[in-house]
Design a protein around this ligand. Structure first.
Ligand SMILES: [Zn+2]
Length: 137
């Protein structure tokens, strides 16, 4: 691990522990393992640290609609360990899915929502005689 990665890891850890539980209960050692697995590259860890440093959300409780994918994965892992976690929902379909894309206003949406045609595309398809049920799927 490079010094830069190590500093970002340390910053991420501090940010989470400063938010209290469940992070404090999970503990520093387990959190370090989770974070390294989650963001093995320096760039990934720096991104994670930046989000954790700047967000005003309580990460485990507030279901921040702008939460990066890494943090969503972290929360899913923590939930799998039995902790009570609130995950953000897709800005388009409202489902509690992994939100892999960022919309223009910074909120997150799932991969399925990206493939859904816009209203204009659907309208044009109907005009051109294709089945509306196909584009709605
Ligand atoms: Zn969605």
């Amino acid at each position: 691990m490079t010094g830069r990665t190590s500093r970002a890891l340390s910053a991420s850890l501090d940010s989470l522990l400063a938010q209290g539980d469940p992070w404090v209960t999970i503990g520093e050692r387990a959190l370090i393992e989770l974070l390294v697995e989650l963001a093995p590259t320096g760039q990934g860890m720096a991104h994670l640290a930046r989000y954790l440093r700047t967000t005003t959300a309580r990460v485990a409780d507030d279901a921040d609609p702008q939460m990066p994918r890494q943090v969503q994965v972290l929360l899913r892992t923590i939930r799998g360990l039995g902790y009570n976690i609130e995950l953000p929902r897709c800005a388009r379909c409202g489902e509690e899915k992994l939100l892999v894309q960022t919309l223009h206003d910074g909120v997150r949406a799932c991969a399925t929502a990206r493939r859904r045609p816009t209203r204009d595309v659907a309208t044009n398809a109907v005009r051109s005689g294709r089945s509306a049920s196909v584009v709605a799927g």
